[in-house]
Write a protein that binds this ligand. Structure first.
Ligand code: ADP
Ligand code: MG
Ligand code: ZN
Length: 470
């Protein structure tokens, strides 16, 4: 029996505003516990929230980046539930009228519908220690944008592609650092299966807060398999029910956490302490001006710089990579050299070390110096790779590395000619044979010249000059 996977994703993005969503406490990370708090985010009686404009502006920017509808009027609602790290015992969220609706995000060959993106306040953190649990409310009230898709994805690969693209867009428009380890980009995956051809939606399971792309993929795959086996074993209705499960990366399995609440369990009602958000056309237009996005950049790289589709997508996939590439071009590298030295040589080495471009020890200025050294025939392309390896180990300039490695190429005509003349003088018999038609000997002369130069003569030059001399 064939099944189809159905996935809908909810992503919580922590917006990089200066202050919290409803008070002026800073959102800074790694501070002393409970330092970033005030009566409002501690939910003391009588304290009143006021909306942070910056958070609303960032929500508009996001909406624009996925071609969504920006609601001119949106509202906040109370979502009631108790958690030890949420002092108000409710969360202020947007349920009935979110700020952003009906967006679209393109992945390979299809469009994923973004149903809504709404603002809400984050909870604090519980810290569990051997002798008890503690609560840190520094994070309580920091602004989140929750971005919810329709159940449009049909495989874990599609889900990951969507998430990577979303992550990239958020970093491009700089509304969040989207750091997954620090919890600034948290994903809940809703997963169900159905017999292929059936278009009904079956029971979904929600897998919560998985903090890496790889783990999200594994969690989805585990869950799909669990549901499939339950179906085939005839225990689907017993084992698959609407619940929240946690992914355990050590065991590579999902485990039941709690039954999933229905919206009605939360007793949503309009937040009485806040006014509606009314957006003027002027404000919407102002924050609709967003920078070039990954798809547009990739297209421009193809059109203006002649990159292949594949390379243009790789390079535009992250803002850091795209900037690095644009720097190389700015510093005068040809797009061909910039592409190869960035995607093959630099990224290849970074991948091996498990680093990403933001952690590169070689900045764009240095790589462009290296490209220049190759372009100007100071070193050969092959020597360039050795120089790059050496630069990974040593914080020195390109010219210093070339000097230390003794890789400087001899390219000036007179030095090469004097070696050639030497070789010719020492091999008069072979010269005579060559001149009487034994063309094959040419390779011998090239070899001799290269040997005498210690391998440092520019091979192209050697070829040209030898031909004319012989
Ligand atoms: P809630 O807010 O309670 O989590 P929603 O109805 O807003 O519930 O849906 C949350 C997510 O679950 C959405 O991304 C939606 O696409 C997804 N979803 C809903 N039904 C299914 C299903 N049967 N299979 C997979 N995903 C689903
Ligand atoms: Mg949910
Ligand atoms: Zn506060």
């Amino acid at each position: 029996m064939e099944f189809e996977t159905v996935i809908g994703l909810e992503v919580h993005v922590q917006l990089n505003t200066e202050t919290k969503l409803f008070c002026s406490c800073p959102t800074s990370f790694n501070e002393q516990e409970n330092i970033n708090t005030c009566p409002t985010c501690l939910a003391l009686p009588g304290a009143l929230p006021t909306v942070n404009r910056e958070a609303v502006h960032k929500a508009i920017q996001f909406g624009k980046s996925v071609n969504a509808k920006i609601n001119k009027t949106s509202k906040f609602d109370r979502k009631n539930y108790f958690y030890p790290d949420s002092p108000s015992a409710y969360q202020i969220s947007q349920f009935y009228q979110p700020v952003v609706e009906n967006g679209i995000l393109n992945i390979t060959g299809k469009q994923i519908n973004i149903v809504r993106a709404h603002l809400e306040a984050d909870a604090g953190k519980s810290i569990h220690e051997y002798d008890g649990s503690k609560v840190d409310l520094n994070r309580a009230g920091t602004p989140l944008l929750e971005i919810v898709t329709a159940p449009d994805m049909r495989s874990s690969d599609e889900a990951i592609e969507y998430l990577k693209k979303l992550h990239s867009i958020i970093r491009y428009i700089n509304i969040s650092d989207a750091n997954m380890q620090e919890g600034s980009f948290r994903c809940d995956a809703n997963v169900s299966i159905r017999p292929k051809g059936d278009d009904k939606l079956y029971t979904r399971v929600e897998i919560k807060n998985i903090n890496s792309f790889r783990f999200i993929q594994k969690a989805i795959e585990f869950e799909v398999e669990r549901q499939r086996e339950a179906w085939l074993d005839g225990v689907y209705s017993r084992d698959v029910w609407q619940e929240t499960r946690l992914y355990d990366s050590a065991k590579n399995e999902t485990r039941s956490m709690r039954s999933k609440e229905e919206a009605s369990d939360y007793r949503y009602f309009p937040e009485p302490d806040l006014l509606d958000i009314e957006l003027s056309d002027e404000v919407i237009n102002l924050y609709s001006q967003i920078p070039e996005l990954p798809d547009q950049k990739a297209e421009r790289f193809q059109k203006e710089l002649g990159l292949s589709e594949y390379n243009s997508i790789v390079i535009s996939s992250s803002i850091e990579l795209a900037r690095y590439f644009e720097d190389l071009i700015q510093f005068g590298a040809s797009s061909k050299m910039a592409t190869t030295w960035l995607t093959v040589e630099l990224l290849g080495r970074l991948n091996k070390l498990n680093l990403d471009i933001s952690q590169t020890p070689i900045n764009s200025q240095k790589l462009s110096d290296l490209i220049k050294a190759i372009d100007s025939n100071t070193i050969s392309g092959k020597a360039g790779k050795d120089v790059l390896d050496y630069l990974f180990e040593n914080q020195i300039s390109v010219s210093e590395a070339i000097k230390r490695l003794g890789l400087e190429q001899i390219s000036d005509d007179s030095s090469i000619l004097s070696i050639i003349d030497n070789v010719i003088a020492q091999n008069s018999n072979k010269v005579a044979e060559y001149r009487s038609g034994k063309d094959k000997l040419f390779g011998f002369f090239v070899g001799q010249v290269m040997k005498l130069s210690g391998g440092s003569a520019n091979p192209q030059k050697v070829n040209d000059l030898l031909k004319s001399r012989l």
